[in-house]
Design a protein around this ligand. Structure first.
Ligand SMILES: NC(=O)c1ccc[n+]([C@@H]2O[C@H](COP(=O)([O-])OP(=O)(O)OC[C@H]3O[C@@H](n4cnc5c(N)ncnc54)[C@H](OP(=O)(O)O)[C@@H]3O)[C@@H](O)[C@H]2O)c1
Length: 271
């Protein structure tokens, strides 16, 4: 798996497997084990996904079976909004570590200065919020995980983040399957040239344009498909053509909408 160097020097895989909405514990564990067999090293969970324990269990089993070294895995979790603040954030990270049965995490999204994590980052920070944060932060976040796919390219912001030393990471790299992405004529036509699917072209475009891409599938054949993106290279013309699919706004969640913000801030995690 290819990696990229974060602003604190640590290496992060450029493609990862996310477990959002995999609610069945056995299924989640089996998917993570399968993903490791397929070659995924980066895993993305969150306290709010209620499956940190499954990601941890599957990873520990695979390490025990010598299928992978812990040092080669890159485990990300996220602190939920209600758990912001000095003491609360540390407690949330400690809870995540305990659930996962891990000694350390590689990346925690939403800030904490704990020694229990190798890198800290943020998620869903708009340009304005990231600028405000950088004005006062003692540590520049290593990563900002945002929605990004061919229908919401955020190219200017991605370049701006690069200038700030913040690595962009795409969630919903497949637009959560919305907007007919898997049959999009542009992605399909470009894919035909390389013997690849529209999904593989979307993922390749994401990593070739400087983002770490996260995808999720519970189907073994699709998990394999989503990682088989390292044997072809899109041309600059193809990258430009894909960028022209940009709708200029989110297809999944509108973070600028005060109603969304209010709903998210109100949502409490179950114990
Ligand atoms: N920070 C945040 O706010 C945030 C928000 C959302 C997600 N995330 C992270 O990003 C990860 C990925 O995003 P996501 O899960 O929302 O969506 P996604 O990866 O863009 O899309 C997932 C959907 O695509 C389908 N799929 C995957 N590969 C496919 C392929 N090759 N062909 C056809 N269908 C395919 C999956 O179906 P099947 O499962 O049925 O195969 C699923 O319906 C999440 O799991 C999570 O870790 C973060």
């Amino acid at each position: 798996m290819q990696t990229t160097r974060l602003n604190n020097g640590i290496e992060m895989p450029i493609l990862g497997y996310g477990v959002f909405q995999i609610t069945d514990h056995k299924e989640c564990q089996s998917c993570v084990r399968q993903a490791i067999r397929d070659g995924y090293h980066l895993f993305d969970t969150a306290s709010a996904y209620y499956n940190e324990q499954d990601v941890g269990k599957a990873c520990r089993e695979m390490v025990k079976d010598c299928a992978v070294n812990r040092e080669d895995l890159f485990l990300t979790t996220k602190v939920w909004l209600q758990d912001y603040g000095d003491g609360k954030t540390t407690q949330s990270v400690e809870r995540s570590l305990k659930k996962m049965g891990m000694e350390y995490l590689d990346l925690v999204l939403l800030l904490s200065r704990s020694g229990l994590v190798r890198a800290i980052g943020v998620s869903n920070f708009t340009e304005k919020k990231l600028e405000e944060l950088l004005d006062m932060a003692q540590i520049i976040p290593a990563v900002n995980q945002i929605e990004r796919h061919p229908f919401y390219t955020e190219d200017r912001y991605i370049a701006r983040m690069k200038g700030m030393g913040v690595q962009a990471e795409s969630w919903g790299a497949l637009c959560e399957g919305l907007k007919g992405i898997f049959h999009n004529p542009v992605l399909t036509r470009i894919g035909e040239k390389y013997g690849k699917s529209a999904a593989q072209v979307a993922i390749r475009w994401n990593i070739q344009t400087g983002c770490i891409a996260l995808t999720k599938s519970v189907r073994p054949e699709k998990m394999k498909e989503d990682i088989e993106v390292f044997d072809f290279t899109l041309t600059q013309d193809e990258i430009r053509e894909i960028a022209s699919l940009d709708a200029g706004h989110s297809e999944i969640i509108d973070l600028e909408n005060p109603v969304t913000e209010r709903l998210l801030l109100k949502a409490k995690l179950l114990a």
